[in-house]
Design a protein around this ligand. Structure first.
Ligand SMILES: [Zn+2]
Length: 242
């Protein structure tokens, strides 16, 4: 499956709200207070008090984000990604997935919402589910979906689940990933309120987009048209260097 990358995305139209001076001062001070309690610094600029600044994430996603669409395919699934997989963003994903830093999920989700606001406004975000038996106590895709929906004024619909025999895609070869059965995912089947909202599948990292396509096909069978995926990172075959 070949993918076409496009960087020609509508300029972000995320509304900038004016905030009271005191609130802005507290926002500036709070990272320092947090830093005293829990030392941390931005992976991009080194600012104290946060693992990543919103402005640094926005600048990174603006530079490295894009859209993927399948070439020579009848599928209309287009995937918006915040970054290529590498460098600081890979560290953030590792911390989110393997070091229990779940707060990063909402940070990254909100940044994705700001980056692709014109495409996602009012959407219903559907996270890919956590695998059965996962060591993780939370679903990072759900956190990303929640962050994006907060920014885009949409909703989150956690309606998918993995069946017993589905192994995680992480660690599989490209060929193995593409063999994912269409029966691997299940659907909870509850009625969604806003049938007119665009449906957007959400995941942390996509390599072959196989899971996103399987999920889109499943939802299609249930009567829901999904034309877009949203991922934090796109990891092209062979890897990349940021
Ligand atoms: Zn920063």
């Amino acid at each position: 499956m070949r993918w076409k990358i496009s960087k020609n995305i509508p300029a972000t139209a995320y509304p900038q709200l004016s905030r009271p001076k005191l609130l802005r001062l507290l926002e500036k001070l709070s990272p320092l207070v947090i830093h005293l309690l829990w030392p941390s610094s931005c992976v991009f600029c080194g600012a104290l008090g946060e693992v990543c600044c919103a402005s640094c994430l926005d600048a990174h996603f603006s530079r490295f984000g894009g859209l993927l669409s399948q070439e020579n395919s009848s599928s209309s699934l287009e995937i918006a990604y915040g970054s290529l997989y590498g460098g600081e963003i890979r560290d953030l994903i590792h911390r989110l997935k393997y070091r229990e830093e779940r707060i990063l999920g909402k940070h990254l989700g909100k940044a994705l919402g700001r980056r692709f606001f014109p495409l996602l406004q009012g959407a219903t975000f559907i996270p890919l589910p956590l695998h059965k038996g996962s060591f993780r106590s939370y679903n990072q895709a759900l956190l990303l979906a929640q962050g994006a929906s907060q920014v885009c004024g949409g909703s989150v619909w956690d309606c998918l689940y993995w069946k017993e025999n589905a192994a995680p895609q992480t660690g599989k070869s490209r060929e193995e990933r593409q063999k994912l059965s269409s029966e691997a995912l299940g659907f909870f089947g509850e009625t969604q309120g806003d049938q007119d909202a665009p449906f957007v599948l959400v995941d942390d990292v996509s390599t072959t987009a196989t899971t996103l396509r399987v999920a889109a096909e499943l939802l299609e069978k249930e009567g829901y048209t999904v034309s877009r995926g949203l991922v934090c990172c796109y990891a092209p075959p062979g890897g990349i260097v940021l």
